[in-house]
Write a protein that binds this ligand. Sequence first.
Ligand SMILES: Cc1cc2nc3c(=O)[nH]c(=O)nc-3n(C[C@H](O)[C@H](O)[C@H](O)COP(=O)(O)OP(=O)(O)OC[C@H]3O[C@@H](n4cnc5c(N)ncnc54)[C@H](O)[C@@H]3O)c2cc1C
Length: 473
Amino acid sequence: MKQQTILWFRFDLRLSDNPALKKAIDLNLPVLPIFIYDEEDAQSRSLGSASKWWLHKSLENLSSELELVGSKLLIFRGKAEEVLQKLIDDTKATNVLWNRRYEPWAVKRDRLIKEKLSAQSINAMSFNGSLLYEPWEIKSKIGNPLKVFTPYKRALLSKGIPEPVNSKPSKLLSPTKWPVSQSIDKLKLIENKSWPIKFHNYWEPGSNKAKEKLEIFISDALHDYNINRDIPSIEGTSKLSPHLRFGEISPKEVLNSINHIEENDGINVYKSEIIWREFSHNLLWYFPNIHNTPIKNEFEKFEWDNNEANLIAWKKGLTGYPIVDAGMRELWATGWMHNRVRMIVASFLTKHLLLPWQLGEKWFWDTLLDADPASNTSGWQWVSGCGADAAPYFRIFNPIIQGEKFDPDGNYIKKFIPELNKLPKKFIHEPWKADSAILKNSDIKLGDTYPNPIVDHKFARERALNKYAELRK
Ligand SMILES: Cc1cc2nc3c(=O)[nH]c(=O)nc-3n(C[C@H](O)[C@H](O)[C@H](O)COP(=O)(O)OP(=O)(O)OC[C@H]3O[C@@H](n4cnc5c(N)ncnc54)[C@H](O)[C@@H]3O)c2cc1C
């Protein structure tokens, strides 16, 4: 049998700027593109429901793209190590190529696979397909890891923005005989059929769509990104996060698409946000347990509350604070939440309700289409104050002031909380301050059609400050 190359797709579901694919092309042998839905992953941390929907669609897209270049995507389910071994035995493939992942369990598994394959004289090679630089490549001048964002960003920028390694190929060499593959449907990624159905109204997974979105963002929103990115009622951000998470577009592609544009605050702030994504991966690399263990270890002894009813009210968007509820309902309706509002709802959960950040992280993990092992955990740790370079403990977002500042007319709130549609602007952030006549005119019965606040802001703020201050004693 002729030599062949297995190209193992993971969270790099694209054909351009894909270093493993580039290597496969350079080897000039028939390529077997595969995706393995790995049971091992599921044991460690199974993908959330929203992510599974995205993955299903993204695999369909990648499969069509591969067909356009004369190839196809082979789908397998099982332990990666076993699936690969069987495929090697069946096809006599001599090369196995993949782009790296950074979750500790994936790192461990990939190392083992590499060792086992190398012992059989299989050429097993991994590449950086997700980041501008590998976490271990960005260090301080004296070679230490950087755990604070600003020096990290400076160090990264001083190395320059790397260019994409390849554009989409026009052809991939195929084997004479294709191994048997499962169908994407057989992976049963979309279990709950009714909830994700509405995602179709908001999202189109796939790398072509990602590039189209990036172009629209560059022409319509990039210039004023620094100002508009904080206003959740407008399309001021790129909404590329799920595309980046699944590797349908790479950060190199994103930043190289804007490097010819004259610098302004919009571009600089956007670059910084992409570098936050890198920084989160850097944290995941140096603190591999960040999804459940606080980086600042004094937080291990923090006594969180465990009020289940409050957790449910938060998840359902029924806390009585409109900006918080709008955010939680945006998440449920669209599988995404605006960054400003993510910070507000996360602060509310951990500081107003004193519920553990891990519970919020878990809910986001299940419901966000962009749920990312690096950015989600570091986002939660940052807001709750236990992360590296975290928000100081006394920063407690006031949900009323945040609403007034970033959704002054209540347009975002009204979009996701239709029962507040008729409430005058003056009360949109504090419905409980409206008198009974105004509430009646607005068709609102507080405590019935919309809840009273589940906790008083002033009381909650004092309580959180005291509780957090205890840690510092
Ligand atoms: C509690 C909390 C949880 C979060 N969970 C996730 C998550 O699971 N997945 C995720 O991708 N982002 C997460 N973020 C970061 C941020 O909210 C999203 O990346 C952003 O809202 C995505 O929208 P966008 O693509 O329009 O972003 P844009 O504003 O257009 O930014 C461009 C890209 O930069 C990256 N980025 C932007 N802000 C951040 C940030 N603060 N940290 C890391 N990367 C960033 C994203 O990849 C994003 O797509 C979280 C933030 C918080 C506060």
